[in-house]
Design a protein around this ligand. Sequence first.
Ligand code: AMP
Length: 369
Amino acid sequence: MTVVGVLGAGQLGRMLALAGYPLGLRFAFLDENAEAPAGHLGDLTVASWNDHAALDAFANTVDLVTYEFENVPVAAAERLAMRVPVFPPPRALDVAQDRLKEKTLFRDLEIGTTTFATVDTREDLDRAVAVIGLPAVLKTRMQGYDGKGQRVLRRSDDLDPAFAAIGGPPLLLEAFVPFERELSIIAARSRTGETAYWPLVENVHRDGILRLSIAPAFDADGAVVDAAVAIAAKTLEALDYVGVLAIELFQHEGRLLANEMAPRVHNSGHWTIEGAKTSQFENHLRAVLGFPLGATEAIGLSAMVNLIGETPDSAALLGIDGAHLHLYGKPARPGRKLGHVTLVEPGREALGSAIAQVATLVAEPTLRR
Ligand code: AMP
């Protein structure tokens, strides 16, 4: 029986395992946190990413390694790669962990991205603002997620407090993009080189955290879809990528600008579990195992609502016709992703009324659109 080793044992690992069991796969996870929720679905090794003996022992129990957490130290992935195949390639992890490397890759591939400049000192910030202008977004280059480690600068008075609050360098300053909307493209590339792309997803964030995804994105014309697919195709190719890759995009004045990429299955792809012919989780496994990829067409119109900070009563949510509830088995904490609900309907009107029903149970202003 094939054992898939997964670095990280959060909800993404949990959903990978749920997709892999029907394929007869077994899972082993490695995480620093003994309470990590994928531990309910496979063997969980609790160890530091720097524990060489634990990494070597883990490699001996698995047939290949993938990740569900993008801040796994690259050295850990490289150490494992000396013993077992590791997909996506550790280079993708390296690029995705540093906003400078990520944006430089996009620029080298002639993929549109916002203007950016590195900032290491308070003086650098003045120089960068002089070039980029305001408003701008100051971000930590590493370890930022869900809106953590970033500050919007609107006036020159914002510079001192933002620089003091954000923590040490290395930082990146980006021009603020007054986008019409945020989109993402989820793509897969198999060990055989076969590629697949799901329909474009529209994403609504609040406080830097994804709240709602709609797929296929409303009113995305062929040119926008083609542009997003071209961005993903170039990135997959450049990284000799294997697995699922997500790229977050801003739609602005008829153009797509790449904001960031995730070298793993992605929150904006959760709708694919019920809303596409093959889910991102199953295709990730197919890709890393070298199987043919499954069809990525949408089955209807889907909405995915994140449950953040608290979870409404399950019985009430399940009382909504067609609501698919996913709870991750994590203790509640403000700002934490605890689960999601997916709705799949044949048309916009039915989807709108299903979202309105969920909105009565989930205190989330972005649902009232
Ligand atoms: P990120 O961590 O880069 O994904 O940023 C989180 C969210 O902040 C994004 O989804 C956007 O809503 C917003 N954001 C990030 N960068 C910019 C930017 N340069 N201009 C406007 N909004 C941004």
